[in-house]
Design a protein around this ligand. Structure first.
Ligand code: SF4
Length: 432
């Protein structure tokens, strides 16, 4: 049997304002009707985001989901869940649901020394404050297992044990508090070792993420010339899933990341086709430092999420893990999937602008980082176009020479001096 790799599936929560998934939107609301569901967006003047994006969708998904609007999302603060993906099987990572219509869960990975309990817990606390929901910790040596157990014991987030090469570490991690195991069957030591890990996870009642990569494909699959790399990766993952399920273990998540964006996209599309019931953990791996990595991840994951693929995600960056979490939330918000943090609307400035808007916007952005509310805040460079262009902002300012007009939902509420703009905006946000 081919040793598998990792798969992922993406969930989205069926929020109170449940409507159409990206898939549903992609085939148009007519599909939702055909499937017997209703589209609230269609009933109003609002446009379905997925329709607007022109995404493709699977009719089967359309049948399982309902339509959703941005307005409905904005009403459900502080966190709004949209476009539930109900095709995948639900697994639980600690208390966090993954798949089966759950929200796309945000993950990151701590990178403090594996034997430093205090440092890892400090990172986890910072990640939790940033909105991380599942955290992964590498266990490179058996000697680190005690520290791993201590971290699990004190962590406010479910901790995934990341294990390579040594099945004993995976087995012990399952026994010592791991909320999930992440293994690469291609390097865990063969089928006998895999069986032992499956048994340990089963006894602990925790799921396993199978991570596939091109380097761990078996020789027979790797040498086939009739398959593309994405097809090989998906086939490898599917074989391993089938093997686990044949042994009675179905508490699985799959991932198959690549550093190349379109390889990642094609692989996950294939996974979603080949093993549509398995939750997928999506990500572009080794994406680079914050700027490039965020763009590559947003491009790849944006495509997948809009197609309804992905139940949990990580934006992998060569940076502070908290930056990964902020990037995840920003992407989910941009796609109208989940909202947790404020959104800054700021104009690019032009010759009409008479203040230092770039500095002003950065000040507002910094202050908003402490606000746990998905409020939309506009910082616009002139009163001519500013209020109109940012009319959908909850609160905003349109700047003139040495002053700013503060507006709420498009209505002017006060005028303040330039040096008071930031404080005035924050004051109004607190009053919302
Ligand atoms: S809001 Fe005003 S200053 Fe900003 S880009 Fe538009 S026209 Fe220019």
């Amino acid at each position: 049997m081919t040793e598998p790799a990792e798969t992922k599936s993406s969930p989205a929560e069926a929020a109170a304002t449940d409507r159409a998934s990206a898939d549903t939107a992609a085939i148009g609301c007519a599909s939702a009707k055909a499937a017997g569901t209703s589209c609230a967006v269609e009933a109003s003047d609002a446009r379905c985001a997925a329709e607007t994006a022109g995404a493709n969708c699977a009719p089967a998904e359309a049948a399982a989901t309902a339509c959703t609007s941005a307005e409905a999302a904005a009403a459900d603060r502080p966190v709004t869940e949209l476009r539930p993906n109900q095709r995948t099987r639900r697994v639980m990572v600690g208390s966090v649901p993954v798949g089966g219509g759950a929200p796309v869960a945000v993950q990151s990975m701590i990178n403090a020394p594996a034997d430093d309990v205090a440092a890892n817990l400090a990172q986890i606390d910072a990640l939790a404050q940033a909105g991380c929901e599942i955290v992964r910790m590498a266990i490179p040596r058996r000697a680190c297992l005690d520290a791993f157990a201590a971290v699990c014991e004190a962590s406010p987030l479910p901790v995934v044990a990341d294990v390579h090469f040594d099945p004993v570490i995976a087995i012990e991690a399952a026994r010592r508090g791991a909320a999930k195991l992440r293994i690469n069957p291609g390097n865990i030591g063969g089928l006998a070792a895999t069986d032992a890990v499956l048994d340990a996870a089963g006894e602990a009642g925790i799921p396993i993420r199978i991570g596939v990569n091109a380097g761990s494909l078996d020789q027979e699959l790797a040498s086939r010339t009739d398959l593309t790399l994405p097809q090989k990766l998906a086939a490898s993952a599917a074989q391993y899933v089938a093997y686990c399920e044949s042994r009675g273990f179905s508490d699985l998540v799959v991932s198959a990341k690549a550093h190349d964006v379109m390889t990642t996209v094609r692989t996950y599309r294939q996974l979603a086709t080949d093993i549509p019931h398995v939750p997928l953990h999506i990500g572009v791996t080794e994406a680079g430092t914050a700027f490039q990595g965020t763009i590559k991840s947003a491009a790849g994951l944006g495509i997948l999420l809009e197609e309804g693929i992905g139940d949990t995600m990580r934006i992998s960056l060569t940076d502070d893990p908290a930056v990964e979490v902020r990037a995840c939330w920003t992407l989910l918000s941009a796609l109208d999937l989940r909202r947790r943090n404020p959104e800054l609307i700021s104009c690019p400035t032009c010759g009409r602008c008479q203040v230092n808007l770039i500095d002003l916007a950065k000040q507002v952005e910094a202050r908003l980082s402490g606000v746990a509310n998905p409020v939309k805040v506009a910082v616009m460079g002139c009163v001519v176009n500013g209020p109109g262009e940012a009319a959908d902002a909850d609160i905003g300012v349109a700047c003139g020479a040495g002053s700013g007009i503060v507006f709420r939902n498009g209505e002017t509420i006060r005028k303040v001096a330039e040096d008071q703009i930031v404080d005035a905006l924050m004051e109004e946000i607190e009053n919302l």
